[in-house]
Design a protein around this ligand. Structure first.
Ligand SMILES: Cc1cc2nc3c(=O)[nH]c(=O)nc-3n(C[C@H](O)[C@H](O)[C@H](O)COP(=O)(O)O)c2cc1C
Length: 340
């Protein structure tokens, strides 16, 4: 019998643990349809950014101000505010269209740095039909005046604000750069998040050596990048309990990556780079390989596989923590020793 791939994430029933992560391609209606046809369990839309909403608000207020200092005869002129359509409006339309086109859950994404009036978009995304929301906390702690406790509290306040605004489930996509991540993850869940997405991948700027310009260029991930989310999901799963949704992102390229993430306790795995590199059909390829892997080892379901190697289950739980540091360094074998 074919293994049962069904999984549950944020209270949503998904046909498969392979989910299309947020990228520009998930904003393309025909591409998301291909992703669904290839077997994606859900689709995360590209993010709507706080900066884009603030920009919309600025444009709207400019439009409203226009003409306020004109003569009476010109007062018949009003900007057509009703027709003003900003990035935010287009995003909400995209949610509705994607939702209408797909049977699998559609997760909207809000990318934020601070709380403010723009968080009303969480509610608007819900009203537009999103099944769930992913709140992406993306910032670089570059201000020497702002310490980690202040920064973390601002994030927690933002999570609580979103939790108050919506009734659909939501997850928080985190970076790995929190000083005390296990504590912070628990506080995010305590503030109302239904799940965590680990981890946000920061794009590091490069330098052009001819001009010394800073170059911002996206580079696609490598499967070794999965090790960071693997370690943290393995440690967090027993701490947070089965009720908290956990999604692995960064380095999910093939079926063995999916197996590893599920084994450490992820409910779903999210794929971005591999889809950008190989196309929507890659989701189907990975699903077939996952089924073959499970059949060969007689796993009947994702539920049976999930969580079999968390910090609570492995023979040496400290292997997830500092204890493996020394052992790992000592495991290095020089090319000469292995006869290369
Ligand atoms: C071109 C590109 C655009 C992305 N845009 C978003 C985005 O809008 N919002 C978001 O939360 N993540 C975004 N991501 C991050 C991915 O969703 C994913 O978390 C990250 O790339 C790690 O997964 P991967 O190793 O499968 O690429 C983007 C990634 C890429 C490569």
């Amino acid at each position: 019998m074919t293994p049962d791939l069904r999984t549950r994430y944020l209270g949503l029933d998904l046909r498969s643990p392979i989910v299309a992560s947020s990228t520009p391609l998930t904003g393309d209606l025909s591409f998301v349809k291909q992703l669904e046809d290839a077997g994606a369990g859900a689709v995360v839309l590209p993010s709507l950014f706080e900066e884009e909403i603030l920009h919309d608000e600025l444009e709207m207020s400019r439009a409203l101000d226009q003409g306020t200092e004109q003569f009476a005869e010109a007062l018949g002129y009003f900007p057509n505010v009703a027709e003003f359509k900003g990035v935010g409006d287009r995003y909400l339309e995209r949610i509705a269209k994607t939702k209408a086109a797909l049977a699998v859950p559609v997760i909207a994404s809000l990318n934020a740095d601070s709380n403010g009036s723009w968080t009303r978009y969480a509610r608007l995304m819900q009203d537009a039909g999103a099944d769930a929301l992913e709140l992406n906390l993306y910032h670089v702690a570059a201000d020497p005046e702002i310490g980690s406790s202040f920064r973390e509290q601002a994030d927690i306040d933002l999570v609580a604000e979103v939790a108050n605004a919506i009734t659909i489930p939501f997850s928080v996509k985190l970076s790995p750069y929190y000083a005390a991540l296990a504590n912070f993850a628990g506080r995010v869940v305590g503030a109302g998040a239904d799940g965590l997405v680990l981890f946000n991948r920061f794009y590091q700027p490069d330098l052009d050596l001819e001009t010394f310009d800073v170059i911002n260029k996206v580079s696609l991930s490598h499967p070794t990048e999965l090790r960071l989310p693997l370690r943290w999901i393995g440690m967090l799963r027993p701490q947070l309990g089965a009720g908290t949704g956990l999604a692995a992102t960064s380095g999910i390229h093939g079926a063995t990556d999916v197996v590893k993430a599920l084994a450490v306790g992820a409910d779903i795995t999210m794929m971005a780079s591999a889809i950008l590199r190989h196309g929507a059909g890659h989701v189907g390829t990975v699903e077939r390989e996952l089924i073959a892997w499970m059949e060969e080892r007689e796993y009947e379901s994702v539920a049976q596989l999930r969580g079999s190697a968390t910090a609570a289950n492995v023979p040496n739980p400290t292997a997830f923590e500092r204890a493996n540091y020394l052992a790992t360094l000592h495991s290095w074998t020089t090319p000469r020793e292995v006869g290369v």
